[in-house]
Structure formats: C-alpha cells, structure tokens
Ligand binder design. Structure first.
Ligand code: SF4
Length: 336
C-alpha cells in the first residue's frame, strides 16, 4: 500500500439519514480521501447542541448517519470514525483555546451573525464559541489538512489564527497549523429548485430511500419555470433536475437531455423518470450494504467506540503536551 500523505480531519453534525446534498458535498469526498490520507471523521454531536431545540433524536441520528457513512464506503479499519463527545479532551482544549481567542472577533464573524438571525431566542455561549470548538476538533488530532470548500475557507483561516495565537502566547509549536485541502463542494439544490438541499426544508432526497420513494421525490422537483406546457422548449441550465443528471447520469444521457430539453424533444416527466432510474441504480449497492449493516446496530456502535479509543490515544498525547506548554500543574497520571 502506498504511503499516505498525512492526517486529515473532518466533522459533520449528526443529522440522521443522509441525503444527496450530504453525499455530493461531503461523503463522496470522505470516501475518496481515504486512499491518500489517514482520515479522522467525527460525528460532532456537541456542535449540534448549539442549535438543537431538542436532543430526543440525537442518538438515533448519530447511528443513522454512521450507517450511511459506512455503507457509502468509509472504511473503519482504515479511517477513524467516532463521536465527538466520546473523546472529552476536545472540551478541555476548547477551553484552553478560548483563552487566546478575542471575543470581539468571534462576535463579528458572519456565521455568528447569521445564526443570531436564525435563532434570535437562543443566542447561547456555545454558539459564540463554535469556531473555537471547531479548532479544538482539528488540532486535538494533529490533523495536517482539512478538506474545505470555498465557503468554509474563512473558518479554517480563523482556526489557523487561533493556533498561531496559542503557539505565540505560550512560546510553543505544540499545535499544528492545519492546511486547507481545497475541495470542490457543489451546492446541491433541493427539490424546491431554490434552496440548498436540507432536511429542515424538507426538500431533500435520502440516500436510503426506497426506489419508489426516490421516484416520488424526484417527480416533485421544480423544473425550468418557463416551461409550462410539454411543447415549450426548456433551459436545462436553470433546472435542478439537469444538475442531478450531471452527477448521476451517463455523458450520453446528459447530452441527450441538454439537447432534447431545449427543443422540447423530451418532457419533464420522462426526464425525471430517467433521473430516478439512474439515481436508484447508482445507490443500489449502497442501499444493499446499508440494509446489511442495519441488521447489527451493535456493530455500528463497536465501530464508533473503537474509533473513539483510537482517537483518544492521539488526543491524550496532544493534551499532555498542551498542558505542559500552558504551564498547568502536572496531573497525577502525567507525573509518573
Ligand atoms: Fe428540466 Fe429535464 Fe424538464 Fe428540461 S426536460 S426542464 S432538464 S426536467
């Protein structure tokens, strides 16, 4: 096996069953990265608490998401897959990093301002400190690189600033400044044809949906609004069905839709049926594997516990060095 290039970290909130947006935006890339890097993938449940109104679904969502990740091809024997809160050192590092992070900067971040607008009645302390916890997630595991899309680049830049502040304040090089691994993260639009695909907007198509459910969801997709009648020519460039064809259909089919839509040679219903057929064919191996894995939930928990144990080894090592760099009194388990 070729030597890997280094360690990559990425995390995602436990949102339960994953949809096409999650797949095209993250999971597909997670799977591919495993060939080149030692990957650490975290289900960041503590982050989820900053915006959740209720935690009833948290455990169920965690297991559903892990199932999707494994079924999609994340290999637990190669990559570390774990739940953020199972390695509590991240909370300790978050606190220590918060001492070198200016509050003024945190409250000026565009993402924080956006969150205030989204949940004005729940502007909690965790929401402000979110970027600090995110930094702790990355540096705790000494990740050299983080895959980020263009949208998230400022977040990682801020994480790098926090690392520099910490290393400067304590005159150390104990924390690694993570590098950006620029990744093309397509914005996947939902069935409404307008907003980013999201469960909360109910405009999503689940990976684990049955072929019939998938067809039904695809049939609800909004198409080119100018194409009112079957004989009206359409514009695939403004149609989200066409965007998904580009991700899941063959080159010939994409060409055909591109040409025939413009001259009203294909109707939207047929175009959607073709998309659903290709989507179902693409997802069939995933669904089979998922159904197999779902028969044994204990296995999924074992994977997550094993991942946490492996992540803990790295985390404990980092924290020993971090505590020493800060000058905290030695703990009993560190003094022997
Ligand atoms: Fe969209 Fe296909 Fe209808 Fe063209 S034919 S508007 S690409 S659904």
């Amino acid at each position: 096996m070729a030597e890997k290039k280094g360690r990559v970290f990425s995390g995602a909130r436990p949102t339960g069953r994953q949809h096409l947006g999650n797949y095209l935006g993250a999971i597909r890339n997670y799977v591919a990265l495993q060939d080149e890097y030692n990957c650490i993938y975290s289900i960041v449940d503590i982050h989820a608490l900053t915006t959740m109104e209720t935690t009833h679904d948290l455990r169920g969502n965690t297991i559903e998401m892990a199932l999707d990740w494994l079924a999609a091809g994340i290999k637990p024997e190669e990559s570390i897959v774990f739940v953020q809160s199972h390695v509590p050192e991240v909370m300790e590092l978050h606190t220590l990093l918060s001492m070198v992070t200016p509050l003024g900067k945190l409250i000026e971040l565009p993402t924080f301002k956006e969150k205030i607008k989204q949940q004005p009645k729940n502007v909690n302390y965790g929401l402000v400190g979110y970027p600090v916890l995110m930094t702790a997630d990355i540096v705790l595991y000494r990740a050299e690189a983080v895959p980020v899309g263009i949208d998230q680049a400022p977040h990682l830049e801020f994480a790098r600033e926090i690392v520099r502040s910490f290393n400067h304040r304590y005159q150390t090089d104990v924390l690694i400044e993570p590098q950006m691994k620029k990744t093309r993260v397509p914005k996947v639009i939902g069935t409404d044809g307008q907003q980013k695909m999201s469960k909360s907007l109910n405009n999503h198509i689940e990976l684990a949906a049955s072929p019939e459910e998938t067809l039904a969801r695809v049939k609800t997709m909004v198409t080119d609004p100018q194409r009112v009648r079957r004989n009206d020519p359409g514009d695939p460039d403004v149609c989200n069905v066409f965007s998904l064809h580009k991700a899941f259909s063959s080159e010939e089919e994409v060409q055909m839709v591109n040409t025939e839509c413009r001259r009203a040679g294909i109707g939207c219903v047929d175009c959607k049926i073709l998309l659903a057929k290709n989507l179902n064919a693409h997802l069939e191996p995933f669904r089979e594997r998922r159904a197999e894995l779902a028969k044994d939930p204990d296995y999924i928990w074992d994977v997550l516990y094993d991942g946490a144990a492996r992540a803990s080894v790295i985390a404990k090592d980092t924290m020993r060095d971090v505590r020493a760099a800060v000058g905290l009194p030695e703990r009993k388990d560190e003094s022997q």
